[in-house]
Design a protein. Structure first.
Length: 316
């Protein structure tokens, strides 16, 4: 069996896979689409990252490919419908991303609330900021209400961190969580508009679907408090970025912190001009530990699939 990896990754997590199969990595950072199309029919499994779009054209060149084992929990980089029609199984890596993504979401909250990146930038410029008791004021998280949109496993991991910091938890889900989970996080379920109106910090953890694309639009942003902080570590298209820029420019909300963008890796240049937004480069799972665990998880999906097992994280 042969496995093609779209992107250069840390090798440690693939050790077991390499013992059982032939594994091919790119010599540079990432294979081009044309390179993958040219050789995909020679492989049994393909491992793309979010940087590689597996569209209809790529799938049409798949030959006898059996499985696309996505390196990440989100799989909007893959045309799952086309893969299914081609008879290809698609899997993802939900478990390893939970803690590192929640960790970054909480780091972004602190950074935005306390204006850490803004002050750091200005400290590096002569006379870039004033020192003083009433200068460079931020917000405290203690005692504030965190509104979590999408209270799945990542949302709950964020809630756990927020509780430890003395925050109150509200959440919006299409379905209500069990009373046991609500009690664990002392969390109250609210409708989305109510959550947006009442929360001091809003953190997005919903998957990208037709229903959630531009879930946070101009109308929703206008509902938020002028002191609200918006965090997005989910998917860029969950927010109408043009509307968010307007909200930040006109101070409808206090600030935002983003790890994902509508047209990444391209960043809207207007975002770069704003002091009241914190920007991270789709970095939610970017730790050595998480990357190796994701690689091990991908490897297990492939190994189990070809062993005829059903305990894989299949999405189609």
């Amino acid at each position: 069996m042969r496995v093609l990896i779209s992107t250069r990754l840390l090798p440690e997590g693939f050790s077991e896979l390499k013992e059982k199969f032939e594994v091919v990595f790119p010599e540079k950072d990432i294979f081009t689409k044309e390179e993958v199309i040219g050789m995909l029919s020679e492989f049994d499994a393909f491992v793309p990252t979010f940087q590689f779009k597996v569209d209809k054209e790529v799938i049409a060149a798949a030959g006898d490919l059996k499985i696309i084992a996505n390196y990440g929990v989100g799989y909007n980089n893959i045309d799952v419908e086309a893969a299914t029609k081609h008879g290809i199984v698609v899997t993802n890596t939900p478990d390893p991303v939970i803690e590192p993504t929640a960790e970054l979401a909480f780091a972004l909250m602190l950074a935005a609330a306390r204006r850490v990146p803004e002050c750091d930038r200005k400290m590096r410029v002569q006379n870039g900021l004033k020192w003083g008791v009433l200068e460079n004021l931020g917000q405290t998280l203690y005692g504030k209400t965190l509104g979590i949109v999408g209270m799945g496993r990542i949302g709950q991991a964020v809630a756990r961190r927020a509780m430890a910091s003395g925050m109150k938890i509200a959440y919006y889900n299409r379905t209500q969580l069990s009373s046991e989970i609500e009690s664990k996080y002392q969390a109250q379920r609210l409708e989305l508009d109510e959550l947006l109106k009442g929360s001091d910090i809003i953190s997005l953890h919903t998957p990208l679907t037709v229903e959630t694309q531009h879930l946070i639009d101009r109308e929703k942003l206008k509902l938020m408090k002028p002191t609200a902080i918006l965090i997005n570590t989910a998917r860029g298209l969950v927010i109408d970025e043009t509307a968010l820029i307007e909200a930040l420019q006109k101070k409808w909300i206090y600030s935002a912190a983003l790890d994902v963008y509508e047209n990444e890796p391209k960043i809207n240049p207007l975002l770069l001009e704003l002091d009241n937004v914190v920007l991270a480069p789709h970095n939610g799972t970017a730790t050595v530990e998480a990357r190796n665990e994701m690689s091990r998880f991908v490897s297990q999906n492939i190994i189990r699939f070809f062993a005829g097992r059903t305990d894989i994280t299949r999405v189609n």
